[in-house]
Design a binder for this molecule. Structure first.
Ligand code: 9YW
Length: 418
């Protein structure tokens, strides 16, 4: 084991709060949904029980309607805004009222296969049921166009919080009733690495809309102030449905398998609508206006991970990757340099996030693009080697940004790039 292997394990163990892991000490003191799925991959290499437990603790907060919340507030901490009192979801344990990208089923499949793929595996079977309920929640509440894509009703649900993709939709959000509040994030890290105040007001306004309708997910989906078809969530959900289908077939759950096959076919077709021929990439679209973001982000390349696209489209995506590579030092930036509001230090407007790089690299390898996949892996390793286990990294300088000793970055070192 190398020194960095030891450090990565140590970060996961130090961020362990007993059955779940905080993303980083201070800045994010609770359990986050997709973080935990990636963190389980990190634990899997040295503590199998703890890996499963991370996922089980997450789904213990699943709502009766099937939603797996984006944050679970297991213990009190004043250091984060918006905390449980602001969300006011009335759940036990307290949670936020929105979700995050459903990577869970894909991780469950991987852990289960690593352990011999026994259909009777009790922990897999319990998590299978949780994933099925969560995917059905997406299909019931988050497919307003009936085309198998995933709508998000808050930019936080995408996990790519301040991506430029949301700017136009956010600009329409009324912030006049937001009132005063105290941000906590800028007390932990440099404000230049975080969303701007005007953006934060909009995030809070969307939250308040959900809270004011008692977290009625039907109403939020129909009338909410922010309704985007997110390319990232849509691709991740498609992949997760494929992985869940493998589990359904192994278990012998024929009705669910049939349902998942139909869902997958619908999504494969629906993805056409996200393809922007002019840009040569899959882009998010506004569910209200139908407008394409026309932006190439790291999520655009999740098409490989989801298994969608024709050879011609793949060629255009690879051309976009080559163009991005030619213009920066490290892959894969969250936004292409030169795009509107690109900023190599500001969160999801440029910095590299290793969990997205990992999913993209996996998809590239599965589609015969071994050299590109390896390039992403090597760049990710170099970033950690030079800067440490940061939340994200500048694609230009390689410097770390956001929180340090970050759980999912450590997990990516252990499970993928290290
Ligand atoms: C916030 C925890 C989360 C991630 C998100 C990332 C950030 C939290 O941190 O959001 O308060 O802004 O954008 O993807 O799950 O690591």
């Amino acid at each position: 084991m190398t020194d960095l292997d030891h450090r990565a394990r140590d970060i996961l163990c130090r961020n362990d709060r007993g059955g779940y892991t905080v993303p980083t000490h201070g800045l994010y003191p609770f359990q986050w949904n997709w973080d935990s799925a990636f963190v389980a991959l990190g634990f899997a290499g040295f503590d199998r029980d703890r890996a499963w437990q991370e996922l089980e603790t997450l789904v213990s907060a699943q709502w009766a309607d099937g939603m797996i919340p984006h944050i679970v507030f297991h213990q009190h901490d004043e250091g984060y805004f918006p905390g449980p009192g602001v969300w006011a979801t009335g759940q036990t344990p307290p949670t936020s009222g929105i979700t995050q990208p459903p990577v869970l089923a894909t991780v469950v499949r991987r852990l289960w296969e690593e352990e011999g793929a026994d259909p009777a595996h009790p922990r897999m079977r319990a998590l299978y049921r949780a994933c099925l309920a969560s995917h059905r929640w997406f299909h019931t509440y988050r497919d307003p166009l009936g085309n198998g894509l995933a709508m998000v009703t808050h930019n936080w649900e995408t996990g790519r919080d301040n991506s430029s993709e949301w700017d136009e939709a956010l600009a329409r959000v009324d912030t006049s009733g937001v009132g005063s509040y105290q941000r906590r994030d800028t007390g932990h890290v440099d404000a230049a690495m975080r969303p701007k105040q005007s953006e934060y007001d909009r995030y809070v306004a969307i939250l308040q809309f959900g809270r004011d309708c008692g977290w009625d997910h039907r109403r939020i989906a129909d009338e909410g102030p922010f309704r985007m078809i997110d390319v990232g969530t849509s691709m991740i959900l498609l992949r997760a449905n494929r992985d869940l289908l493998i589990l359904a077939e192994a278990i012998g759950d024929a009705p669910a398998a049939a349902e998942l096959r139909a869902r997958i076919a619908l999504s494969e077709q629906g993805m056409d609508w996200l393809w922007n021929e002019e840009v040569g990439a899959y882009c998010s679209r506004d569910a209200t206006t139908g407008a394409s973001s026309a932006l190439v982000t790291n999520a655009s390349f999740l098409a490989f991970y989801a298994g969608v696209g024709t050879p011609a489209r793949h060629a255009r995506l690879i051309a976009a990757l080559a163009r991005i590579e030619a213009g920066t030092r490290f892959l894969l930036p969250s936004l292409e340099a030169g795009s509107r509001d690109y900023d190599h230090r500001r969160y999801w407007r440029g910095p590299i996030w290793l969990v997205v790089s990992y999913m993209v690299a996996l998809g590239l390898a599965e589609h015969g693009e071994a050299a590109w996949s390896e390039r992403l892996r090597r760049d990710s390793a170099r970033l950690i080697e030079a800067a440490g286990f940061y939340e994200s990294f500048s694609p230009e300088t390689g410097e770390g940004s956001g929180g340090g000793d970050f759980s999912w970055t450590a997990a990516m070192w252990l499970a993928w790039c290290g």
